[in-house]
Design a protein around this ligand. Structure first.
Ligand code: SAM
Length: 213
């Protein structure tokens, strides 16, 4: 496919999928076969749409969607156990304001290609810590340009990483982009995600906010 990056920011893991996750996956519409506007079909125009990229097991996505029923949440990931788990919860709890898209966010954003999201959230994007792997990091100038096309005017991006070197790379990548007012907050952050729990005792968190003017 044209525009497809050669280097992916993820490795597809074929880990064990539980019976509950398998049931959840049966609810996944074939979003990878949908194109452009179809991905967002049926969402009322007056609702704010928040996108979580790389939701993992979906803790934040589920929690926020329950907390803000007027908003609509789109989760994008490639991790099938997590996708199955979120979709099971969505059906068990009859949550109507979450849609899950299975796919590489780089391709999904390219398909959407217009300003639809009021907020894009990335919690603990894979840090690819070894120097030779740093090209695999998702957040780079090309990806930021993709975010710019899908964020609404005055939209916001929120990124949390535990990796100092990734944080520096992210700040560098944003410094040339059409965003303004960066707020870096290394404390007072509490999240309920798997990776937050894993790292909270080990490293300071870097929380980056960017507002698109
Ligand atoms: C380190 S995990 C963090 C999971 C979760 N946000 C948390 O805090 O527990 C990173 C997630 O990003 C997803 N991911 C990485 N690259 C991606 C891409 N290009 N498109 C969609 N998801 C991606 C991975 O599959 C994984 O679920």
């Amino acid at each position: 496919m044209k525009n497809q990056p050669l280097i992916k920011s993820f490795v597809r893991r074929h880990g064990r999928i539980s019976a509950r996750q398998k049931t959840g996956l049966q609810h996944l519409k074939h979003t990878s076969l949908m194109q452009g506007d179809e991905l967002l079909s049926g969402i009322a125009k007056d609702r704010s749409i928040i996108c979580e990229v790389g939701f993992g097991m979906g803790d934040w996505l589920l929690q926020e969607a329950k907390k803000h029923p007027k908003d609509f949440y789109i989760g994008i990931d490639v991790y099938r156990p997590g996708i199955g788990s979120v979709l099971s919860s969505v059906h068990e709890l009859e949550i109507e304001n979450i849609r899950v898209i299975e796919g590489d966010v780089v391709e999904v954003f390219h398909q959407i290609n217009r300003p639809v999201f009021s907020k894009v959230v990335l919690l603990f994007p894979d840090p690819w810590p070894k120097a030779r792997q740093s090209k695999r990091r998702l957040i780079n100038p090309e990806f930021i340009a993709r975010i710019e096309t899908v964020l609404c005017p005055n939209g916001m991006i929120s990124i949390v990483t535990d990796s100092q070197s990734y944080s520096e790379q992210i700040q560098d990548a944003f410094s040339n982009a059409n965003f303004c007012s960066l707020d870096i907050n290394q404390h007072t952050l509490h999240l309920n995600t798997k990776y937050f729990k894993k790292f909270q005792s080990k490293r300071p968190f870097i929380h980056l906010y960017k507002w698109l003017s």
